[in-house]
Design a protein around this ligand. Structure first.
Ligand code: HEC
Length: 379
């Protein structure tokens, strides 16, 4: 698979094929920033971030700050972000970090980090990168020697030196190296290599791969090939997957690839910002000075007149509740109309805004939670 030849051909001015999107032909992306530090807690310059549910961890050069529901706890140390991964016993999802020696830690009880390399059978190993994927798999890049993929029951090893970063989605992990990106299939135990210069990889929740190299972004076709999808006017600085969508940034533009659509918000970010995906579908941007912003797709929710159930709740319901709460649905509780929300007002408030155990399968985005809060508070 030769990505390099195609990029070179584009650079030589051979023109961009019709199906390839450019900044000029991309649709406009509507984004708004979300307040993530309402109590104005002190946080230092960040080099990395991870969030899970109501917890946000900001990693700095010498300290780590944990914000749980807006309240900050800061500890000294040299942790850097690892990933959001399934716990080895399947008991939940862990927010994980790595120290300088390659020991893996997980956030415990919302305020401390606990070492957990041994829980994955990796005691004493130098873990370089981690990714969780497909609900039960975790891939670890170990030292400079290989990638181990665990599913809680067994571990599959791949001999692969020089892995810089890991990404995963569907039932595959992808390892980015200096001059190629390697797709690892832990079930068939096979590897497939795609040549690419300093690739960045992101995998959507459906398992489709996106690879950035230079100013180009390739997406994986159903046949497994990588096809050119977008050519920016600057190099792509970051590419991350957040649920079904992939966010990227290039020269300060913030972009989203969602299904077949490529959308761009021009000059939304400071140039050379890093991106960090949130499971909620939002994205974190960290600029060169360590300032953190959180971005959500869509127009900023209006703060004026209380909206009707149809306007405010119906879209969120369709996204986040309908799967289980339609009439005759799996939960046995019909919440598909305004009268049901009046009757169960307090219970909905409790489960969605206080306990936050609804929806049980995927966290609500902050924007959706804010929409429901405004609707529920207005009554
Ligand atoms: C993946 C399935 C699923 C999704 C998605 C889901 N729920 Fe539920 N929900 C359940 C199940 C199952 C129950 C019953 C068991 C329980 O109470 O935990 C339930 C119970 C509830 C209850 C308690 C109802 C009662 O009468 O006891 C409320 C309130 C609720 N859900 C609200 C919501 C809202 C609002 C959303 C969307 C923002 C949502 N749920 C999304 C599965 C789901």
């Amino acid at each position: 698979m030769r990505l390099r030849a195609l990029v070179a051909a584009l650079a030589l001015g051979c023109g961009v094929p019709g199906h390839v999107v450019t900044p000029a032909s991309a649709r406009a992306l509507m984004v708004h920033s979300i307040e993530w530090n309402p109590r104005k807690e002190h946080v230092g310059a960040a080099t990395g971030a991870l969030d899970l549910g109501g917890d946000l961890v900001l990693f700095g050069e010498r300290e780590t700050t944990i914000l749980s529901d807006g309240v900050a706890t800061t500890t000294r140390g040299d942790l850097r972000p690892a990933g959001i991964i399934p716990a080895p016993d399947g008991s939940g999802t862990w927010l994980t970090a790595l120290d300088a020696r390659g020991v893996l830690y997980r956030l415990r009880a919302r305020r401390t980090f606990e070492p957990v390399s041994d829980r994955y059978g990796l005691d004493g190993k130098r873990i370089a990168a981690v990714t969780g994927f497909g609900g039960r798999w975790v891939a670890f890049a170990i030292g400079d020697t290989g990638v181990a993929i665990a599913d809680g029951a067994q571990v599959v090893h791949f001999d692969l030196a020089g892995v810089r970063a890991l990404a995963g989605g569907g039932a595959r992990a992808w390892a980015a190296r200096d001059h190629d990106v390697v797709e690892l299939d832990p079930v068939a135990r096979t590897m497939r290599t795609y040549e690419s210069v300093s690739p960045r990889v992101a995998i959507s929740s459906a398992g489709r791969a996106f690879v950035a190299s230079g100013a180009a972004i390739y997406t994986q076709s159903d046949a497994g090939d990588l096809a050119l999808r977008y050519v920016a006017d600057r190099d792509v600085d970051a590419l991350v997957a957040s649920s079904e969508r992939v966010w990227f940034t290039s020269g300060g533009d913030l972009g989203v690839i969602d299904g077949d659509a490529v959308e761009i918000a021009r000059h939304a970010l400071a140039p050379a910002s890093r991106l960090v995906a949130s499971l909620s579908g939002d994205v974190w941007a960290i600029d060169a000075s360590g300032a953190v912003t959180r971005w959500s797709r869509g127009a900023a929710p209006s703060t004026t007149a209380p909206a009707s159930w149809d306007d405010a709740v119906a879209p969120v319901f369709a996204r986040a509740c309908a799967q289980c709460h339609t009439r005759g649905g799996a939960s046995g509780v019909d919440l598909s109309n305004a009268p049901a929300w009046r009757t169960k007002h307090d219970l909905i408030r409790q489960r969605v805004l206080v306990d936050r155990d609804m929806p049980p399968n995927a966290p609500l985005s902050d924007a959706d939670r804010a929409t429901l809060a405004r609707f529920l508070d207005a009554r």
